[in-house]
Design a binder for this molecule. Structure first.
Ligand code: NAP
Ligand code: MG
Length: 491
């Protein structure tokens, strides 16, 4: 971050204490209600801000995955699918309250393991994770009213694989609707961010959740593959990259498994010349620099009306120059660490491609710490639709700015992408917002705001951003079968 200008006071360090987090030196796999050693090898999870080891976790082998699926099958057959909805709901409420009780500890763990600023894990990730369990707790005894169809039933064992950008929140998005609908779960967090899932396993023990209802297995891509390819799972729910999503779709094709895919994005954030500019600047910043841009629905393509482009870009650079990059545990930090060396390399490669292809690069003046993985907030102007930085998901704090003259041109440029997850529209005129939104091919469209999430609101994409919806009533449907959908199925 830049030094404070003369006459201004600088911020004093305000680090969140890590003393409330007591970690084991080694974590096993959470199978059938207990932590077990597993047969795979241990690996370290590190803090991307310091590169120091936080703790060690276990890589689940094929045999471990099988044990977890068997535990989930047993719990499905004997307990969970037979329990009344209102009883299941009580467990979900209990889990939600325990997340609230252990909120500070979970926020610190998430920030340590992922590198995201503590103010984000504290104010966004953890409260939303609790909200997801509260919301789906309310559905557990009302499944017949979800609009799925006649005689709703759970699917069985759900195999869930999640990414590293919102580890606890993505876990909540996956587990809460699955359990509310009466399914049991085996979930694999990402290799670089297993910590909050392991603390969540402790919460399940505190909540007295019957053994086997949720099983948490750590590991990398191979463990994920064993899980989604296991013959005894009934449902696969995946959030991650489009490339891996494709592999999973291929692996599941021709089986009886139900599949939902939440994949990548390259969202357009469209700013019209009648937009409230102060708010729009904040929305642009929130859209792409929240969580270091590691957000699938990030507003990574800024489409700004030509007559205000200069003013927007200059105000944006001014605002970005005030962002504070550094220790993610500091309560004043705006931009934390990039999650891994591999992700940093991808951001570097694509940013270099941007320069080589002729776009103009500007980065906020930041002091980059010596240790860890960091990328200063970066803005590319003069971007053309053919540039890689306009087409490929960077998944980092890098914004590509393009301009347009008419609403029709904005719509054409916004839709010129293989993805279709989200979009933003900034304008003073409600009628214009609605008319433009109607023509955008995106699952979620925000108007005069960005990156707002609510458990009651469905989320998901079109085209290469995947299929199926999470959140809301729609999120339940992905975990239920009905008399109609069961016809002709073996289970
Ligand atoms: P990724 O490489 O696809 O990994 C996602 C998860 O899949 C991780 O747990 C990963 O394990 C696992 N995995 C890798 N290969 C697998 C395979 N062959 N079979 C089964 N599982 C496998 O994606 P990422 O880099 O972690 O996450 C970034 C991507 O996720 C971005 O493209 C982003 O847009 C997308 N995303 C989408 C949403 C959404 O809701 N649409 C939300 C968040 C992120 P390891 O990581 O342990 O190797
Ligand atoms: Mg980590």
């Amino acid at each position: 971050m830049p030094d404070a200008p003369e006459g201004f006071l600088d911020y004093a360090p305000a680090p969140e204490s890590t003393s409330l987090l007591s970690l084991k030196e080694q974590y096993g796999l959470f199978i059938n209600g207990d932590f077990v050693e597993g047969s795979g090898s241990p690996f370290a999870t590190i803090s991307p801000a310091t590169e120091k080891t936080i703790t060690h976790v276990t890589e689940a082998s094929e045999g471990d995955v099988d044990a977890a699926v068997q535990a989930a099958r047993g719990a499905f057959d004997t307990t969970w699918s037979r329990m009344s909805g209102s009883e299941r709901g009580k467990y979900l409420f209990r889990i939600a309250r325990l997340i609230q009780e252990r909120a500070r500890e979970l926020a610190v763990a998430e920030t340590l393991d992922n590198g995201k600023p503590i103010k984000e894990s504290r104010d966004v990730d953890v409260p939303l994770a609790a909200a997801w369990f509260f919301y789906y707790a309310g559905w557990a005894d009302k499944l017949e009213y979800a609009g799925a169809g006649p005689q709703v039933r759970p699917l069985g064992v759900a195999a869930q694989v999640i990414p590293w950008n919102f580890p606890l929140l993505m876990l909540a998005w996956k587990i809460a609707p699955a359990l509310a609908a009466g399914n049991t779960v085996v979930i694999k967090p990402a290799e670089t961010t297993p910590l909050s899932a392991l603390l969540f396993a402790e919460i399940l023990q505190q909540a007295d959740l019957p053994p086997g209802v949720v099983n948490i297995i750590t590991g990398a891509g191979t463990t994920g593959r064993f899980l989604v390819e296991h013959p005894d799972v009934n449902k696969v729910a995946f959030t991650g990259s489009t490339a891996v999503g494709r592999e999973i779709a291929r692996a599941v094709a021709g089986t009886d498994k139900k599949l939902t895919l939440e994949l990548g994005g390259k969202a357009a954030n469209i700013v019209f010349d009648d937009a409230p500019l102060e708010q729009a600047i904040e929305g642009i910043v929130d859209g792409i620099f929240f969580n270091q841009g590691h957000v699938c629905c990030a507003g990574s393509r800024l489409l700004v009306q030509e007559n205000i482009e200069e003013e927007v870009v200059s105000r944006l650079k001014e605002r970005l120059s005030t962002l504070r990059l550094g220790d993610p545990l500091d309560k004043n930090t705006d931009i934390g660490a990039v999650n891994s060396a591999a992700q940093l390399e991808r951001i570097r490669t694509l940013s270099q491609a941007g320069e080589e292809e002729g776009a103009e690069r500007w980065s906020a003046p930041c002091t980059i710490p010596d240790q860890g993985f960091w990328w200063a907030p970066t803005v590319f102007t003069g971007v053309e639709t053919s540039h890689r930085i306009a087409r490929e998901e960077i998944f980092g704090p890098v914004l590509s700015v393009m301009s347009f003259r008419t609403p029709a041109e904005a719509i054409a440029k916004a839709n010129n992408t293989p993805y279709g997850l989200s979009a933003g529209i900034w304008s003073d005129k409600g009628s214009k917002v609605l008319a433009v939104a109607d023509k955008l091919h995106a699952g979620v469209i925000w108007s005069n705001t960005y990156n707002r999430f609510d458990p009651a609101s469905p989320f998901g994409g079109y085209k290469e951003s995947g299929y199926g919806r999470e959140g809301g009533r729609h999120g339940l449907l992905a975990y239920l079968s009905t008399a109609t959908t069961r016809k002709g199925r073996t289970r």
